[in-house]
Write a protein that binds this ligand. Structure first.
Ligand code: PSU
Ligand code: MN
Length: 313
């Protein structure tokens, strides 16, 4: 068995020609958004990239083989194929051995994107340190993985279901750089701010591309291969009502506690509960957030491709 993955024709051509590519994850589609909005969203994110001259690379595992770039039937399988496994990096060899399918988390998507040479990735929210992690040790593999794969992840921070302060501390320990995109504060997904100030702010895609190029230069010297967290907040006008947000969040955390959810089921449980308890408002905000991240990722990938090939933007 070869330890291989499959790169779609369009992604392979874009990479070979130095054109911009943005990776998209599939767990947000299979486990993070309800049907049928998830299928519409998966198509819409790809379409937004295409309209901006960027090649989409939605990543998932189909019948054991990691796919870098999905066709329409692959997207449908992820969105509608109910029993998709939620696959982190450690699950990839098991899916391969069983020829099973899975939707990739941020960790697995970034890890696979790196292997294919895709440098920029758009998602909704990053996984992080869960509340109560000092007891449960529940910290997403997203964080540790980003310490070792050279991929810039554009997200709206981490959801307030997590322990945001602890997540930022872990990213610091892991030497994963974090920059605020047009903000001095780390966002908290549905809300534009979290009260946590960041050390670094960037205001353009070109600045991010320059950071990626600096990382590339170090990597060429044999130094580490860190990723980059680009924290892109939703606008104040589009954010969720903070009072409603706090109410639903408290309810969701209590429900997870009562239900005794553990392990990788925690994040999907909370996300689903919150969509229901918010009467769908959180879902609309969630989609606006993801769209905003896809737009910024497209700009960064375009600036990065230009910088790599000595082109003017
Ligand atoms: N956060 C979100 N939406 C999501 C996820 C996280 O706001 O869909 C998904 C991502 O795929 C992320 C994963 O990588 O959950 C993290 O899960 P865990 O906490 O089990 O590592
Ligand atoms: Mn976990």
């Amino acid at each position: 068995m070869s330890a291989s993955f499959h790169v779609s024709e369009s992604v392979a051509a874009a990479l070979a020609e130095g054109r911009p590519v943005v990776a998209l994850e599939s767990t947000i589609i299979s486990h993070g958004l309800p049907q049928p909005r998830n299928l519409e969203a998966a198509r819409e994110f790809e379409q937004m990239l295409v309209e901006r001259g960027v090649t989409p690379a939605t990543i998932a595992v189909l019948d054991g083989v990691p796919q870098i770039g999905l066709d329409e039937s692959g997207i449908e399988r992820i969105a509608l194929g109910g029993s998709m496994a939620k696959a982190s990096v450690r699950d990839l060899p098991i899916l391969a051995a069983r020829r099973a399918s899975g939707a990739t988390t941020v960790a697995a998507t970034a890890w696979l994107a790196a292997r294919a040479g895709v440098r920029v990735f758009a998602t909704g929210g990053l996984g992080g340190v869960h509340r109560g992690a000092s007891e449960t040790f529940d910290e997403s593999a997203d964080l540790d993985t980003l310490a070792g794969v050279p991929v810039a992840v554009v997200s709206a921070g981490v959801k307030s279901v997590l322990d945001i302060a602890a997540t930022l501390e872990r990213l610091e320990t892991l030497s994963v750089p974090v920059v605020g995109y047009g903000t001095d504060e780390f966002p908290s997904f549905w809300l534009a701010s979290s009260g946590h100030r960041l050390d670094w702010r960037v205001d353009s895609a070109a600045e991010v591309a320059a950071i990626l190029r600096a990382q590339d230069a170090w990597r060429a010297e044999g130094a580490g291969a860190q990723g980059l967290v680009v924290a892109n907040p939703i606008s104040l006008a589009e954010q969720w009502d903070p009072v409603e947000h706090d109410r639903v969040l408290t309810e969701a955390l209590a429900a997870a506690d009562t239900a005794g959810v553990r392990g990788k089921a925690v994040t999907p449980f909370l996300l689903k509960y919150i969509v229901g308890a918010s009467g769908g408002t959180s879902l609309e905000v969630n989609l606006d957030i993801a769209r905003g991240n896809v737009r910024v990722a497209a700009e960064i990938a375009t600036a990065y491709a230009a910088a790599c090939h000595g082109r003017e933007e």
